[in-house]
Design a protein. Structure first.
Length: 780
């Protein structure tokens, strides 16, 4: 957009040039050559008059260069002509000719006029004329290069006294323009009249036509958007359309409110053709010490199924009736009422050591988020995370230095599954952990650890635990390269618990103290061989440990170790438990080896194998833990890396009959035109912690294939291979260039939960650089 204030310096440089011509003597018209003009200006810079001028104007002094300078006193004009260059306060103006009329106080720049601002913005015109105050001005054949590669062209540009720049018959685009080619930009916005308000930094259009590849596709009698130099502004954001088999035609229209420099609010009405409308709110605020994010939604509606139809319940058992038209019992219709959700998170620094934060996740109905296709409810919000179909509310504090770490958390879980009873979920107030590490050099390292957990349930058992652990470990390397790592641990746990009465057992309260100790040593002996084009490393590892406890497993409540599994990350650990309630007693040996082969061409192979032998079996270690019995299954891990283009990792459990009990594979690829990652898992029912056998085999895949430089195909699927059902599936075709994109996609959900079953949606969108985008966030 034209900013004729950039020409304000011309008033000053003409004052300077008048003194230069006066130095040559009074005459009606006198011409000074370019070389002489520069020499005169250089000489005058040493005169008292010029020194006074510098004191008066300071940074307003102007550098002027031209082939000739004419002082036409008879006609009252001054003319700089021929390769005119003027520099002022970081701005540069070039033109074929500049004329200053001393009578009308008008300044004209003629021929190939070009202005470069300090921020790099370039404006060009065939001719520019401004008044004495430089508040009003006119430019013809105007062009401006703006930030973000935006360009505006107009037949005429006018700046008025209120700070607005008006363009007549304007063309705006943020696409590259090739002057040597007759190809049209991907998109242009043409208007009879366009106005840029310098104060609000908004561009408005009257009679705007959006053209794609030179073809008119959309007419707007009025249109407005922030100019590329504008910061965030209040106003309507681009809408998000969708066609859903469940919600019907979907139209989301966000409104963005920039409340202040540090906070904003986005209000999004959501209109559906199949169900009642909803309202989304998203609030953000930054503080000097941290930030706060709150989002939520609200709808007044009944519970509906995957077709958007009202749900009915069986009066006898309260369950959903999926086919109410053919039901013979008594039906209860779902109640029409306000429903909604709220998510919030905050993180704040107290000082360089301490910070605190919180996370809030609440919903009125188990299936509300699924019914309205609300995203992000599995995203972590705070220090802790939870499993799928669980919401977590937490508040926490963290302290950390180079040798000390602590965190304190209070939290509660809300279940979203059909058989969840929130009364069975503990209110943890608090869960605390602290660890202090002391390095004694050659004498080893000592760590002191404290932990506390207080769990209360409205309909279940209550448990309170306090633990203290002291641990010493060291590392010695023998001359032959044998690494010896001894470890000693002493630990005390205090438990106070209340057991709820059941139909078969009475309730009771008790407390107990458990003391335990561990002595262990790990031996590692790495062997390295360098070949012509590779390096091979083989490292046998043996860990020997013995532990004793004053209280056997099973005599104390187990809250945090029920789903523990002995696998690859803890294969050679003397104490594999990362939690506290279970303790491995007696003697045990873990043995195996690691090996790597690294080739100079970027290929790297990795492998690990090992298992564990125990002195005696512990009945409280279930099959899923891989510690049931006296021998564990073999734990095997493999990996392949090819530079940064491909990686493949596997982890598996194999029993003595070489049956694979658990297998997981992860791969990622960035090769040629294909990018993606995939995860596959298969868990034998005998070692699965899940009571649902349908969830023991699955695949997750995300991929993007670049068909050419502008067109790509993306695909994402989460598939249950036991039931051959897709939990989620999305596919999209996207075309893009330097300034725009067009997208069409399809997404499908195959989850059936209490009548909310399969649903499908068609997504489409487009976006233009600097103007905005119309699309669904799933494919951004």
């Amino acid at each position: 957009m034209p900013d004729f204030l950039t020409l304000a310096f011309m008033k000053t440089f003409f004052a300077s040039t008048k003194r230069i011509t006066s130095f040559g003597g009074n005459m009606e018209a006198r011409t000074v050559s370019k070389s002489k003009l520069i020499a005169i200006m250089s000489a005058m810079a040493l005169t008292p008059a010029i020194v006074a001028h510098a004191q008066e104007f300071g940074p307003d002094r102007v550098f002027l260069e031209a082939d000739t300078l004419i002082d036409d006193q008879e006609n009252g004009v001054m003319i700089a002509e021929g390769n005119v260059i003027a520099r002022y306060e970081g701005r540069e103006l070039t033109a074929d000719k500049v004329i200053y009329n001393l009578q009308t106080l008008k300044v004209r720049a003629i021929g190939n006029v070009r202005i470069v601002d300090p921020d790099g913005t370039v404006r060009t015109a065939e001719e520019i004329e401004v008044d004495e105050k430089f508040s009003d001005g006119v430019a013809t054949q105007f062009t401006a290069q703006l930030p973000q590669d935006a360009v505006v062209v107009a037949r005429a540009a006018t700046r008025t006294g209120d700070g607005s720049n008006a363009l007549e018959y304007a063309i705006y685009t943020a696409c590259p323009i090739c002057e040597e080619s007759d190809k049209s930009p991907t998109w242009t916005l043409r208007a009879r009249r366009a106005v840029q308000n310098a104060e609000t930094r908004m561009i408005t259009y009257e009679g705007a036509i959006l053209q794609v590849k030179g073809v008119p596709v959309f007419y707007l009698p009025y249109f407005a958007h922030p100019d590329p130099t504008s910061e965030r502004r209040s106003g309507l954001l681009t809408p998000k359309p969708e066609i859903s088999s469940k919600l019907g035609l979907v139209y989301e229209q966000p409104y963005y409110w920039a409340i202040s420099e540090s906070q904003d609010l986005t209000i999004t009405p959501k209109l559906y053709s199949n169900v009642n409308s909803a309202l989304d709110l998203a609030y953000r605020k930054r503080f000097y010490s941290g930030e706060l994010n709150i989002s939520g939604s609200m709808a007044y509606d009944y519970e509906f199924d995957s077709d958007g139809d009202r749900q009915f319940f069986n009066a006898a058992n309260g369950r959903v009736v999926e086919d109410p038209d053919n039901f013979n019992g008594t039906l209860i219709p779902s109640e029409e009422k306000f429903r909604g959700h709220v998510f919030a998170e905050g993180l704040f620094a107290i000082d360089q050591t301490w910070k605190w934060g919180f996370g809030v996740e609440n919903v009125t109905d188990d299936l509300y988020l699924r019914r309205y296709d609300i995203d992000g409810w599995n995203d972590p919000r705070g220090l802790l995370d939870t499993e799928r179909n669980r919401l977590l509310n937490q508040i926490f504090a963290i302290g950390q230095t180079e040798s000390f770490y602590t965190d304190v958390t209070a939290f509660h879980v809300q279940g979203l599954q059909a058989n969840d009873d929130d009364g069975d979920f503990a209110r943890v107030t608090p869960l605390a952990y602290a660890d202090k590490v002391m390095d004694f050099g050659n004498l080893g390292m000592v760590s002191l650890t404290g932990s506390m957990a207080m769990l209360d349930r409205s309909e279940g058992d209550d448990t309170r635990r306090v633990s203290a652990i002291a641990e010493w470990e060291n590392s010695y390397v023998a001359p032959a390269g044998l690494v010896f790592e001894p470890k000693l641990q002493a630990r005390t746990d205090y438990y106070d618990y209340s057991i709820r009465m059941t139909n078969n057992t009475p309730g009771y309260e008790d407390s107990d103290t458990r003391t335990s100790g561990l002595a262990a040593a790990t031996l590692r002996w790495p062997f390295i061989r360098r070949g012509a084009d590779s390096t091979i490393t083989v490292e046998p590892i043996v860990t020997i440990a013995y532990g004793e406890s004053s209280v056997a497993n099973g005599e104390l409540p187990v809250e945090d170790s029920a789903n523990f599994e002995y696998d690859l990350p803890v294969l050679f650990e003397a104490d594999p438990f990362t939690e506290y309630d279970l303790f491995e007693q007696g003697g045990r040996i873990a043995a195996g080896f690691r090996a790597t082969a690294a080739f100079d061409n970027g290929v790297r192979l990795r492998g690990t194998v090992g298992r564990r032998w125990r002195e005696e079996a512990d009945p409280y270690f279930v099959a899923g833990s891989n510690l049931a019995g006296t021998e564990s299954d073999y734990v095997i891990g493999t990996g392949l890396d090819i530079s940064n283009n491909f990686s493949f990792d596997t982890s598996m459990r194999v029993d003595d009959e070489f049956d694979v009990k658990r297998f997981e594979a992860n791969t990622s690829m960035n090769w040629w035109r294909l990018r993606g990652r995939a995860t596959y898992f298969n868990i034998d029912e005998d070692v699965s912690f899940s009571a649902n056998a349908d969830g023991t085999q699955g695949l997750y895949l995300v991929s993007i294939f670049e068909i050419n430089d502008s067109l790509d195909l993306s695909y994402r699927v989460e598939r249950n291979l036991e039931t051959n059902q897709n939990r989620n599936q999305q596919v999209a075709l996207r075309w893009s260039d330097d300034c725009s994109f067009f997208l069409v996609g399809y997404k499908q959900s195959g989850i059936n939960d209490r009548g909310v079953g399969e649903s499908e949606a068609i997504i489409f969108g487009f976006g233009f650089n600097t103007l905005g985008r119309v699309t669904n966030a799933d494919f951004d």
